[in-house]
Design a protein around this ligand. Structure first.
Ligand code: GLN
Length: 465
């Protein structure tokens, strides 16, 4: 049987070699996306995709060098693409059609990517399970009775199920890395600022980044290379450091295998440490790093405070849903989870709560110092990406689920999730890799070493390529 094209690098190679046309590659991904019963998409964009494929074909004929020629990409529905509705999975923006595209999408399109559709998420990216979308929840491609994780659940499910070769997620406190772990794919939360946030609908600007989500580390690297780099339209953006690779045999890796996670996760950490060691890395166990409960509490205070300001623009006057008055608009336009966050954020910022926000900031500073100190001593920290494999709807731990991933958002450090194994129930389990700011190259090298030692990861349908 002819091997199906699934990854970014396979697509680029097949098109370069003439084994597939952009139109043909696009068709096979789109047909899977068209049959999506996981709830991965809010909007499918076959017309944009075919139009994109035709333009890629022409640009290739004109001799343009396109690093992502004909690569089908799905974009989280809180990232703007001009002319395509962008709902944030909320009634509030159910009919909002942006007039401009996010910088990341402009860069992907320039590199030859085509748009498959906009993916489902927890409303306004607030959530860890992918269940709170106004349009219905996302199911896990490995087991439909489980969640895909959140908030970028649609982006993770779409890639795992072969509906797109890559997707974009966003990550404020783990929203790309946690669903990647639940769905058996790779995700990078880049160093803060290295990817422009222009065109990302804001939730908590001091924490969030747009993230590549793909089947392989190589693909994540390809997408990161295209979307990263300073952007005059985002004043917090900076260029990534020139790739300073390091041989795996020269790496010092810390293994942090904390309590409070399932046996599966502990096992995946042990396996990944063994794989890194077998590749020549020096792995040392560390007993303590930070308290995930503290990180989660700081995250909730800071992100909710920021959300109460960024979401104040939805008043029904300028755009989006309107129910007459601003308070009715907000009462009816936002779901319960979002309203809870806004109440929390407003309280944290009141005079009574003011000391709370101040305290959260000083805890944040302490966690930043800790992350900087530990990541300066080791090339990579190998740690949990999530507490468990995918759970059933309703069984999640809420925002506390992200205690392990929050540290990288609070401190701006990069973090990569890599799938390691399937557990006894056939569900994927990933691990997290954390490094000092601007050291993505080291994360990629460690991630590739895990992949090489692990071998091909089984697709949801059970086949292994
Ligand atoms: N799960 C966290 C929350 O509920 C993080 C969300 C995110 O990273 N966007 O806010």
């Amino acid at each position: 049987m002819k091997k199906e094209i699934r990854t970014v690098s396979e697509t680029v190679k097949a098109i370069k070699d003439g084994a597939a046309s952009p139109d043909g590659a696009c068709r096979s991904f789109l047909s899977r996306a068209g049959n999506d019963t996981l709830g991965a998409f809010i909007t499918l964009t076959p017309e944009e995709a075919y139009r994109g494929a035709v333009s890629v074909e022409e640009r290739l004929k004109n001799g343009e060098d396109l690093p992502l020629a004909g690569v089908p990409v799905a974009v989280k529905d809180n990232i703007c693409v001009a002319g395509v509705r962008c709902t944030c999975a909320s009634r509030m923006l159910g009919n909002y059609v942006p007039a401009y595209s996010a910088t990341v999408w402009e860069r992907l399109e320039r590199a030859g990517a085509v748009l498959v559709g906009k993916t489902n998420l927890d409303e306004f990216a607030m959530g860890s399970s992918g269940e709170t979308s106004f349009f219905g929840g996302v199911r896990n491609p490995y087991d439909r009775s489980r969640v895909a994780g959140g908030s970028s659940g649609g982006s993770a499910a779409a890639v795992a199920a072969g509906c797109a070769a890559a997707s974009l997620g966003s990550d404020t406190g783990g929203s790309s890395r946690l669903p990647a772990s639940f769905c058996g794919i790779v995700a990078l939360k880049p160093t803060y600022g290295t990817v422009s946030r222009f065109g990302l609908v804001s939730f908590a600007p001091s924490l969030e980044q747009i993230c590549p989500m793909t089947l392989t580390v190589e693909d994540t690297e390809l997408i990161y290379r295209v979307i990263s780099g300073a952007d005059p339209r985002d004043m917090t953006s900076v260029d990534p450091a020139p790739a300073e690779g390091k041989q795996i045999s020269r790496m010092n890796i810390a293994l942090w295998s904390p309590p409070g996670v399932t046996e599966d996760v502990t096992g995946a950490l042990r396996d990944a440490a063994g794989m890194l060691e077998a590749s020549g890395a020096h792995v040392t166990g560390i007993d303590s790093f930070f308290d995930p409960a503290e990180a989660a509490a700081v995250y909730i205070a800071v992100s909710s405070a920021e959300a109460s300001s960024t979401l104040s623009r939805y008043d029904g006057i300028r755009y989006g849903f309107s129910a007459g008055t601003p308070s009715r608009t907000r009462g009816e336009g936002f779901g319960e989870g979002v309203k809870d966050r806004l109440v929390t954020g407003a309280y944290v910022l009141t005079e009574d709560g003011g000391s709370l926000y101040g305290r959260a900031l000083s805890h944040r500073a302490r966690l930043v110092a800790l992350a900087e100190e530990v990541t300066s001593r080791y090339d990579v920290i190998l740690m949990p990406a999530a507490r468990s494999a995918a759970h059933r709807p309703g069984d999640g731990a809420g925002p506390a689920e992200d205690g392990f991933s929050d540290i990288s958002n609070l401190s701006g450090t990069p973090s990569l999730t890599v799938p390691v194994k399937l557990n006894g129930d056939g569900l994927p389990v990933g691990v997290g890799l954390l490094a000092a700011r601007f050291r993505e190259a080291v994360l990629f090298a460690a991630g590739r070493a895990i992949e090489r030692a692990r071998g091909a990861f089984p697709h949801p349908s059970g086949e292994v390529e």
